[in-house]
Structures are given as C-alpha cells and as structure tokens.
Design a protein around this ligand. Sequence first.
Ligand code: SAM
Length: 455
Amino acid sequence: MIITIEKLIFEGYGLGHVDGKAIFVRKSVPGDELEVETVNIKKNYDEAIIRKIIKPSTKRITPRCPYFDICGGCDHQNISYTDQLKFKDQIIDEMIEQNQIETGERLPIIPGSDSEYFYRNSIRFEFVTRLVDPHTATYEVAAPVSIQIARHNYLDPAKPVITDFCLLQSEFSNELCQSILDLYNNYGVPDNRKLLVDNHLWQIKIREGKQTGEFMLEMITKSSTLPMERGLKDLVKAFPEIKSFYHTIAPDKNIYKLKRRLLAGKPVIYEKIGKYTFQISPESFFQTNSLGVQTLYDQIKNFADIQMGDRVVDLFCGTGSIAIYLSTLAKSVIGVEIVPEAIRDAKDNAKINKISNVEFHCFDVSKLNNETMWQYSNAILVLDPPRAGLKPELIKKICKCDPKRIVYVSCNPATFFRDIKVFNKYGLGLTKLQPIDMFPQTHHIELVGLLATTR
Ligand SMILES: C[S@@+](CC[C@H](N)C(=O)[O-])C[C@H]1O[C@@H](n2cnc3c(N)ncnc32)[C@H](O)[C@@H]1O
C-alpha cells in the first residue's frame, strides 16, 4: 500500500490516509512517500509499518543510531531537532483544537534539555542470548552462545534489538554494560550461558546523578541468587563512579514484587537541580532528564508566582524535588506521595537542603478526604501525576477546596487535555500553557498549565 505522510501526531506516529481511512506509521516523516504494510486494524485507523521509502521527505535526515529503524526507544532521530520542536508544537495546537480547549496565553514550545543526546539519567536493558553463528550452529549441538543486552524491538517484540549502546544514555553506562557482558561471556561453557539468562539474569538498570557523577547499578534477576556475585562486586570496585550496587530480585519478572539487596556502596545516590541536592533511592521516581529539569521547575515556579506568606501543596511529590524547589518564598509547603521510600527521600532531602518549611506525607492522593482537602483551600496547588493523569473525583475535590491557583504539570498531553475539560466543568480554566521538550528524539512532550477560577 502506498501512502503520503501528511503530519506527525502524538505517540510518535506519522499520519496518512488510504481510501479515507487514517493510517498511523511510526518512524515516518511528514512529506514521505512510503510503501507500508498494515500490522494492526482498528475501527477508526490502521497501524502500518514502513516497507520501503519511495520518496523521502525533504525533512528526513539520517538517524545517528544504527538501530533507530527497529528500536522502540527513539521516534524522531530522522528529523532535525529544529523540526522536531516545530512538529511537537503543531501536535499540541491540534490537540487544543480537537479538545476545544481555551488555553489563555498559549506559549510556544521551548527546549528543556541541555543536550539532544546522552541526556537520560536512567536506563534499563534486558539480558538475551544469541548464537555466535546462527547459520552454522544450532542449540542442539551446544552452539557457542553469548550473553548480550537488548532494547525493545517495536516491530517484533519477540526479537529484541541486540545492542551495545544507547545514544540517549551516558558513555559511562555504555562502558559499564560492556564490562558486565564481558564478565558473563568469559564464564563457564557457552551452553550454560543460555541457561543463565533463561533461569536467572533479567535486566540491568543504571541510574545516574548527571551533576554529581554518581551511579547506581541494579542487577535484576528472576532468581534469588545473582550469578557471579563475587565477580560483579570486584568489577564494581574497579568503577569508583558506582556509589550504589543492588541485586534486585523480581520473581516471575513482576516489577511490583521486587526485593533488593544492597551489595556495595550506599543505599542512595545524589543529584543536583539548581542549588538543591536530592537523594534518590532505587524505588523513587526522579525526573529522567536531570540537566533539563531546571527549565521545567523554573516554569512551574514562574506560573506558581509564590508571594510571601503563600501556602503550597505539591500532590504527587515524588522525592520532594518540586516542593523543595518552591519552598524559598512560601510560608509552608506540603508534599503528598504514595511511595514510602520516595517520602523517606523527600524528608531526607528537606534536611540535606536545610529547608524547614516543608512537610511530607505518605498518602494515596485519590483517598484524600474533603476535610484534608479543605485545609488546602486558598493554597497554590502543584499537580504532577503519572501519565494516567487525574481521576475525575479528585479533580472535583480539588476544585471544591477552592485553591488560589493550580499548576498542572503533565508528561501526557492526552490525559492533560482530558483533565482540563473536567476542571472546566467545575469552573476552573487554563490561563497559561507552556509545552516543554524534555526528551529530544522521542515523542514525549511535557506541559505546564496554569489554572485559575473562571467563574
Ligand atoms: C510524574 S511523578 C512526579 C514526581 C515529582 N513531582 C518530580 O518532579 O520528581 C508522579 C509521582 O506520583 C506518585 N503517585 C502515583 N500515584 C499516586 C497516588 N495515587 N497518590 C500519591 N502519589 C502517587 C508516583 O509514585 C510518582 O512519584
């Protein structure tokens, strides 16, 4: 089927039409003439993959990563960064129009990342095995098997993308992964390496303090034992940058039932945002682009417009980073978060930064009762929920408590605009909207919205 890509839409797809039906094509560029194959038929659109580029768009550039065409990590490396920003801004404009949202002052998208590559402070790879020579060797004859690391293959999840690097993470993380693979690949007979991955090794996770140079390594296994634990401990000693080393056990690959053993170093690593230092535990959420997050937090501060004596409430506060960032002028700041380890980090972070006007509570925000919400009346509320956004009942409670203003921070424009419509029902509307691009090469867009009463 031949298709011309008309524009980019959210989630990294290009949009074209065939016989009036919308066709979504990942990794395509507006203006591309493509031969595509349908892989998923839906009621209102089909999903297709590129088979051949018949005529490339004038906007198409050569991606820097050789795995770009199959790896599920990046979406837009084949478009210049200037054009990525323009397309992302157009996507937001269209979503505003489709949802018929009054945005007040709609500010143009700004880049929020210091760097177009190597900006991620957290990365996960999966262990896989492969035959050294798949043409001549078979598993039955004990083929030489090597352990590799891989990322998600968006074309065929059953065939992960075997890689030895990712251009969004730091050079050090790439080097560390390679050393771990060397260790395992020099271990035992090749056949056992397949068993090692089938029965034990699952993932490597690396987190990094970009401003502090501190790294946390997590070796994640399905079993309660970590193969070559002693060898890994020796390896970690050779990398003084690794300040924290965990063995994480995920029986049945269930990420909600993790157990951790600290094998070396300290339980946390540190990162800086602006003048503040933050401790990060393996369980806690921390913004993935820590060099860019200051742009996001400055925007939140700007919209919050805190005056002497204001009370601030940071719902979904994670490790307390926004609460602490906004604490300077406020009379008091309350942070609420569901993950106990994140709240422990938040309380420690307040101490580390010598901030005494913040308090943190471990609580499920959706269970806040009217009485507690009432205490937030006339406060400045900051909402930074996960991608799923806010539940309508919570929005109702928030609106009832009559906050002074609300700053809504979102990493998912679809749920953001859905939620804004619910706020509108209760008499609150957007007065300012700022899109920020924190994640170059990907489809992600952050939104910061200022909401005030429109009654
Ligand atoms: C997008 S993160 C924001 C974290 C923080 N504001 C920051 O900038 O680092 C969302 C946070 O909401 C927390 N969370 C998710 N569901 C929650 C709930 N029902 N109640 C409270 N916190 C929740 C998550 O654990 C996560 O830390």
